[in-house]
Ligand binder design. Structure first.
Ligand SMILES: [Fe+2]
Length: 223
């Protein structure tokens, strides 16, 4: 997904490849985070949330072991920065966030919302995309959201007609998703995915006083 957007942006082939590999490796730092946190079905404590945030720095360090990997390491380290500068680990803003990281952050959020997580069910591509657009200019670079929109309209939405989301490489039945959402997930699954992450990264607590999971906070095939 990130590589296709890089191509639409007209980036050189080397940068397209860097973004593709950065997409594969962006969460590699989770190898150092305990499964009891990554796979926890309920809300995270403040300590657990802080622990999960370490994955971007750890991943960046893992990938930066050779200078040829510099561009990929930047994507891995900065994929949780936000366009408004309230992300982590370095609170970079706007163009200071590496372009590849700005692209992968959108692909990651879209993938996280449209795949099952331990703490909620997948949602269809259409409301997931609406959530990305709602966070354009705050969490995401609006110029890149626009390019993503072209791909979503041309490729993902047509593909999703009848089969709306993907889980572990398989299409998710919209009826099943509804049932799952009613059984265990928040009543408004869209708002429970990206938007709370936006509040978390800006330091606002969830109503329970506990922080919720990262948008892409679980080790899943898609993240
Ligand atoms: Fe991540």
């Amino acid at each position: 997904m990130g590589e296709r957007v890089a191509r639409l942006l007209g980036l050189p082939e080397f940068e397209q490849t860097t973004i593709r590999i950065g997409g594969y490796l962006h969460d590699i730092g989770k190898i150092a985070i305990a499964d009891r946190i990554l796979l926890k079905p309920g809300p995270l404590t403040d300590e657990e949330y802080t622990e999960t945030q370490r994955h971007s720095v750890i991943g960046g360090a893992i990938v930066s072991t050779h200078e040829a990997m510099t561009g990929i390491a930047q994507i891995v380290r900065h994929h949780h920065e936000r366009y408004d500068g309230t992300g982590y680990p370095d609170r970079l803003a706007r163009d200071a966030v590496p372009l590849g990281a700005r692209i992968i952050s959108i692909a990651d959020a879209l993938s996280a919302m449209t795949t099952d997580r331990p703490y909620r069910a997948a949602i269809p591509i259409e409301p997931a995309w609406e959530e990305i657009v709602r966070n354009s200019g705050s969490q995401f670079d609006p110029a890149i959201v626009e390019v993503f929109g072209t791909m979503v309209e041309q490729e993902l939405l047509p593909r999703a007609s009848g089969m709306v989301a993907f889980s572990e490489g398989r299409p998710v039945d919209p009826v099943r998703t509804e049932v799952q959402a009613g059984r265990g997930a928040p009543k408004t699954p869209v708002a429970a995915s990206v938007a709370p992450e936006a509040r978390r990264t800006s330091g606002t607590r969830a109503p329970s006083g506990r922080r919720r999971h990262l948008t892409s906070g679980a080790r899943t095939p898609a993240s």
